[in-house]
Design a protein around this ligand. Sequence first.
Ligand code: 6PG
Length: 475
Amino acid sequence: MSAGQADIGVLGLGTMGAMLALNLAEKGFDTALFNRTVEKAGKLRDDNADLAHKLHPQPTVEAFIAALKAPRVIILMVNAGKAVDDQLEALLPLLEQGDIVIDAGNTDFNDTVVRSRRCEGTGIHFVGMGVSGGELGARHGPSIMVGGDPEVWQRLRPLLEPIAAKYQGSPCVAWLGADGAGHFVKTIHNGIEYADMQMIAEVYGIMRDGLGLAAADMAKIFADWNTRGLSSYLIEISAAVLAEPDPATGKAMVDVIIDEAGQKGTGRWSVIEAQKLGIGATTLEAAVAARGVSSLRQERKDAEAVYGDLASNGFDFAGDAPSIAELEAALETAKIIAYAQGYAIMAAASREYGWNLPLGEIARIWRSGCIIRSVFLQDITKAYETNGEVVNLLQQPSFSARVTAGQGALRSVVRKAVAGGIPVPALSAALAYFDDYRRSRGTANLIQAQRDLFGAHTFRRLDQDGVHHHQWPAV
Ligand code: 6PG
């Protein structure tokens, strides 16, 4: 390939960058490569002989830029944060009017908004793009959430549609809104991912600690659940993980893994953004908090020494154990509530930031490629296709029928887990949120009265218009 011929450049060849580059090359795009450790780019080409003719490693950033067809398209796949700023600043003086820089990392959307502004007036377009699906997704078809200028999206479409996951032939990539919209939606995707994983882990905890099931038995249960309503990537991998033996000990692999969950920040951001928008995302919050508690391993051991374990406290299901069918229905119901919360955050952000987020389109591009892909997302897509405007998923007939049918199971599982001393923070948060959301007369009238008493914050009345203050007795 001679200079100025590459269709696209990938800068940053860590796992995700390398996989995206291979995906692009496989779809026939001449892909220029650059990495700070220059040898990595050459190695990527050498290790992939079948795609070598489409991979073009470059020794310097200048050569990388010169290798690209103008106007250029560059995908940055570097660590979120300072590395993105550093690369952007290094690239800007070398680029020309009309060039596009895409940040495809797990970036905080607030940073994307700032970087978009930074590029305004330079003639260079900055695009924040969420990519989900992990390593395999990046290689064979991720779900791609694009933000930025809609005209720039039209230019990117022919490059991104071929590399995106397909759901029944339809590419899982869409433009979602200006500046930070793509990264915001990816953040909420991850918040939902956290909630989904936490609820699965809670049900696993009930089966392991309450029902005494072995990993291999649970693998079969998850595999069975994966054939129906809960069918999803996360349930599928749960079954696969639970079935896996440890080659070193012969035990179940999952039984030798330390119970401390890592986190890189996106789940936490989703909760922070929900709070800023005043949206109750209690299942996401519970999931983030539970990861925090999981990391306190020594403290948890010490606490168990203080309070005793479940058995020594006499906690058990005492002949009132939840059935496997009940657990399945509870998980499915709680999952609907978690997704309703995630969608409520996006709806609020859409209003707040003027993005006009296409919520149905988001469900559509999450149906394949991403970590939370599931049969259930097809149901959300349908709900939006059928109804257009959706106030809240919990009020959609297709979901309200399922929640009505499943709430008994959720209630029962939470009740039994609480009585048995097994923590179910996300499942119980889902239930509490649902019970709060579905009642027309809540209890905030008392809070309003208290606020008015101690701070003259005023309240509104059921029987009169306007804002009122009451002369409360001095306390
Ligand atoms: C995805 C994943 C991906 C990644 C997260 C996991 O959509 O492909 O969400 O972005 O696996 O980094 O996040 P934690 O490390 O915080 O669990």
